[in-house]
Design a binder for this molecule. Structure first.
Ligand code: ADP
Ligand code: MG
Length: 331
């Protein structure tokens, strides 16, 4: 009896020691914690996985201090091994959102997935933003119509979001445009830092305002990064920031079982003479982050050709669809 009671006490004490808030980490007081949160490190997990130099930079802690906090954070975490069966279980909660074109949905294995980042890239006018706006409408549809019955966040970096186009797409489906527009939270991003901050705010929209967000769009992902980090010497910094940005997007997708849709530009590759002379910008970091990459190009008579590139589990293939006044449709 006595022994059991002792054990119980021991367990309670142990549980108490596990840090839950940033302030519970060694060397992290309220001021340091605030600085970390401002920089986007708002959970024990984010401290556990961040580069030590970045923790130090954003908090004003010394490298040694940051390292100590990180070790404590890592000890507190179950650092991420899952069994195959646990992963199967998690994957059963994945939901799919229709693009509006059955051929395109089929190419993607049934529409764009929650818990994943889907990316389209292609030349100007290839249809990336049209798909973004169509998804913003479709996510609001009931599940039996291919939607997720949910709200959407639209981060617009190129000022190409058009409410009139949403109205047109909504009316084509017999939906009330005002109601549809009310559930699209649009934010114009002016700098890459602003863009990153907006992604962090999505968590707040869900937690504090109780929004049921199932889709986050970033149109386009790279334009601000590209213009701000134009010089060769700045590429490493750009990629580091981009990496952080993509991790926050993926974390959102996992945490809230929501879908991420990003658009991307192409870079001409004058060195490639045969085959496809264009590649998505963003390099390997982006290539590994998005689970579904679709290359879009114009076909004949207003048609669009979508090619699925480098999918972890789906065959490469192409689908044809069209963009009309109604939106994204079967060709
Ligand atoms: P990007 O890939 O640069 O984001 P968009 O998604 O903006 O390209 O696609 C623009 C193209 O979509 C236009 O060139 C036009 O072909 C088509 N489009 C846009 N609006 C309409 C509309 N209301 N009716 C028919 N086609 C449209
Ligand atoms: Mg666009």
């Amino acid at each position: 009896m006595v022994k059991e009671k002792e054990k119980l006490v021991e367990k309670e004490e142990l549980e108490e020691e596990v840090p839950k808030e940033l302030e519970d980490l060694p060397g992290v007081g309220p001021t340091t914690a605030d600085k970390l949160r401002e920089a986007g490190y708002d959970t024990i997990m984010s401290i556990a996985v961040a580069p030590v130099a970045q923790i130090a930079d954003s908090s004003g802690m010394t490298q040694a201090g940051a390292m100590k906090a990180q070790i404590a954070a890592r000890n507190a975490m179950d650092m991420g091994f899952s069994t195959g069966s646990e992963l199967v279980k998690k994957r059963t909660t994945i939901e799919r959102l229709t693009t509006g074109a059955p051929e395109l949905d089929e190419l993607l294995g049934g529409g764009i997935e929650t818990q994943s980042i889907s990316e389209t890239y292609g030349a100007f006018g290839s249809g990336k933003s049209q798909i973004a706006m169509q998804l913003a409408v479709n996510v609001q549809l009931p599940k039996k119509k291919g939607g997720l019955n949910a709200d959407v966040v639209f981060i617009d970096t190129e000022n190409t979001f058009r409410p009139e186009r949403i109205t047109q797409m909504a009316e084509a489906r017999g939906l009330n445009p005002k109601k549809i527009l009310d559930r699209i939270m649009v934010a114009r991003a002016y700098t890459s830092d602003h863009q990153m901050l907006l992604v962090d705010k999505v968590d707040e929209l869900i937690h504090r305002q109780g929004k049921n967000i199932k889709l986050v769009i970033v149109d386009s992902l790279m334009s601000l990064f590209r213009s701000e980090y134009a010089g060769r010497g700045t590429l490493a910094v750009r990629q580091q920031k981009l990496n952080r940005h993509l991790h926050s997007l993926q974390r959102l997708a996992d945490k809230h079982n929501l879908a991420i849709y990003i658009t991307n530009q192409v870079q001409s590759r004058p060195d490639v003479f045969f085959g496809n002379p264009t590649a998505a910008i963003g390099g390997h970091i982006l290539g590994h982050a998005s689970q579904f990459r679709i290359y879009l190009r114009r076909g004949k008579a207003g048609k669009r050709i979508a090619r699925l590139v480098d999918s972890p589990c789906l065959p490469e293939g192409e689908a044809i669809f069209k963009i009309t006044a109604k939106g994204i449709e079967s060709a």
